[in-house]
Design a protein. Structure first.
Length: 372
């Protein structure tokens, strides 16, 4: 059986043809199709991988759900499609979450995985940052450098991004701000190319490309800091079109989608080798060739949440606040984007209250997974 997929590769004015047919495994469906959803995501991303696997296995169809894919190159552009009700539910990173909530009143339905395992700040081995050693950062003793060695350094980094967030968090641990370094705005791919060509004192990377290549070249480069070391709390999440969320039939379809998605993540943990193969295939179809070794590192870089963990983050209060752990983590990141001028204090107020645990709790109750 084939599943209809709509691929939308978004640049400034570049759209791939919709209606691409991609084969799905898993045998014949045992249930009649009862629901339909258009699901959006970032092509080749870790939080799209469970969708890809479930489609290939035929697991959505088995639950009576027909999926139409809408794939984008980044979160903010993904959210622009909400202006025309382009999709019902989406998998996205924190940039997409903010764009969806603040621009289109989207609902946040939960989180799927951590999103900081591929974010690194690299320096060259002969840098005085590396020579200063570790143990001088108040956030984590494993971070390299000191306030004196980082001050004034030229750092290649994408502006208004999670990579910039990781950089600023690291600098704060040294008692520094972004004004204390020379910030050179570059997207990760350009920063990687420029850095290996000799530009800059440090570069901030994310994703599967340059990050893993540089991690392997320990004779040249040192990973001074990573996303987990600065406790960034970054996550990939699910957001819903507010109009679809208010539609009773679409709401029920979203519950099926979430059920299959979390069951697929459980399967992935039990089948790591097959998961790596699917990751390679997914990226090949997305036009970004990935070796098996790189795919394994990519899959292992971040942590997929269980259904219970995802619900707990939405229900438990963060220490010293009235917000859930999940909303508090997101608000911390939003505060950063406010500080660099991407959003305003009014946006902080507007963001409050958009995390809605109702749907995911109903999925949990139906699955019978919650601890007593």
């Amino acid at each position: 059986m084939k599943v209809m997929k709509k691929a939308i590769a978004t640049g400034l004015a570049f759209t791939l043809a919709a209606g691409t047919l991609v084969g799905c495994g898993g045998g014949d469906s045992s249930a009649d199709t009862k629901y339909e959803l258009t699901v959006s995501g970032i092509g080749g991303s870790l939080n799209w991988l469970p969708v890809y696997i479930a489609e290939e296995k035929g697991w959505f169809e088995e639950e009576g759900l027909a999926i139409e894919d809408a794939l984008f190159t980044n979160g903010p552009v993904q959210m622009e499609s909400l202006s025309s009700d382009g999709w019902d539910i989406g998998c996205t990173g924190i940039g997409g979450v903010f764009a969806g909530v603040l621009g289109y009143d989207a609902k946040i339905l939960g989180s799927s995985n951590t999103d900081d395992g591929t974010q690194y700040v690299f320096t060259r081995n002969d840098s005085d940052i590396v020579k200063a050693g570790q143990g001088n950062n108040s956030i984590n003793d494993e971070i390299y450098g000191s306030a004196e060695t980082w001050k004034g350094k030229s750092i290649l980094c994408n502006t208004g991004s999670v990579t910039q967030y990781v950089l600023v968090k690291m600098l704060e641990g040294f008692g520094l701000t972004q004004d204390d370094v020379e910030f050179v705005a570059m997207d990760p791919a350009t920063a990687y190319s420029a850095f290996i060509a000799g530009e800059g004192d440090a570069c901030v990377l994310t994703g599967s490309g340059g990050t893993f290549k540089m991690l392997e070249e320990t004779d040249k480069y040192t990973a001074a800091v990573s996303g987990p070391l600065v406790d960034s709390g970054l996550m990939c999440s699910f957001v819903a079109n507010k109009n679809s969320y208010a539609d009773e039939e679409k709401y029920e379809a979203m519950k099926i989608f979430m059920k299959v998605y979390f069951e697929t993540m459980d399967w992935m943990k039990e089948n790591p080798d097959e998961t790596v193969t699917y990751c390679v295939d997914m990226n090949d179809e997305n036009g970004s060739t990935m070796t098996e070794d790189t795919a394994r590192k990519y899959v292992e870089a971040d942590t997929y949440y269980t259904l219970d963990e995802a619900v707990t983050m939405m229900e438990d209060k963060a220490e010293g606040t009235d917000m859930s752990v999940m909303e508090n983590n997101m608000t911390d990141v939003l505060d950063f984007f406010i500080s660099v001028g991407n959003y305003t204090e009014a946006d902080r107020e507007k963001f409050a209250g958009h995390v809605d645990s109702k749907l995911l709790k109903e999925v949990q109750e139906g699955a019978g997974t919650q601890a007593e």
